[in-house]
Design a protein around this ligand. Structure first.
Ligand code: ADP
Ligand code: MG
Ligand code: MG
Length: 234
């Protein structure tokens, strides 16, 4: 079964249909990009999958099993992990403490793995003394340290230096094989999308505009008309 399958998903916010009959399939072993203009509903999609927002119609399956009745925390414990568009990583705790908390008691062995993979500093550095880019990377590392089956990343490369962004794209591409985890990543930088994701889905005004192999999607005239032709924009 696919790592993630959303069928006919609908979400309303403030009387407005923010997601309408949305279909998304992320195969297991895949890094999948979700792109589209600002306000398209990309973050809302992650909110619905992770249980932060209720869907009024449709079903969401993870590894073939419907997760609709589950709370956000039950979904997280079941291996559905996310990061946020606005980083929530800050404060006086150290990198070590953050990773230990994120990994939980079930997967402490993943800490050295993710530390190495993301090039995180060892030891007692307080998170608030790290630059914004490093805190963003730490949030992704923490989500992965929990050993999820499905990792949902909301603009992880936003604000990163070009070199760091390229490195992150390469790391993401390797996650399914290394961690047995599928990845859905929202991103606006098409160079990043090309480097990280084998397949891409495009959302515009709450509806799916296209989905397929990344190289084909980024050449699709409908996608260019709906999004890339507008010049993107976060
Ligand atoms: P994206 O991540 O693609 O930029 P979002 O999922 O953040 O888009 O937002 C999709 C739409 O939902 C936007 O039109 C936004 O204004 C609207 N929206 C987001 N959150 C709320 C909310 N709490 N109440 C009402 N409308 C909202
Ligand atoms: Mg946005
Ligand atoms: Mg967003």
């Amino acid at each position: 079964p696919p790592a993630l399958q959303a069928r006919g998903l609908g979400v309303r916010l403030g009387g407005h249909r923010v997601l309408d009959s949305v279909e998304v399939v992320v195969a297991s072993g895949e890094v999948h990009a979700l792109i589209g203009p600002n306000g398209a509903g990309k973050s809302t999609f992650i909110d619905a999958v992770t249980g932060f927002l209720p869907a009024y119609e449709g079903t969401i399956r993870v590894g073939g099993a419907p997760i609709d009745p589950l709370s956000a925390s039950a979904r997280a414990l079941g291996g559905v992990r996310r990061t946020f568009q606005q980083s929530r990583v800050n404060g006086s705790s150290t990198v070590d403490e953050y990773l230990r908390l994120a990994a939980g008691s079930r997967s402490p062995s993943s800490i050295p793995l993710v530390r190495e993979l993301f090039g995180l500093p060892e030891g007692r550095l307080p998170i608030r003394l790290m630059d914004a880019g490093s805190r963003r990377i730490l949030e992704v590392a923490g989500a992965l340290a929990a050993r999820p089956r499905l990792l949902l990343l909301d603009e992880p490369a936003a604000g990163l230096d070009d070199a760091v962004s390229r490195e992150l794209a390469a790391v993401l591409r390797g996650i399914p094989a290394e961690f047995d985890c599928a990845v859905l990543v929202i991103e606006h930088d098409m160079e990043f999308v090309r480097a990280a994701a084998s397949r891409t889905t495009v959302l515009d005004e709450g509806r799916i505009v296209g989905s397929g192999p990344t190289s084909e999607i980024l050449r699709d005239p409908r996608v260019i008309a709906a999004y890339l032709g507008k010049g993107g924009g976060a």
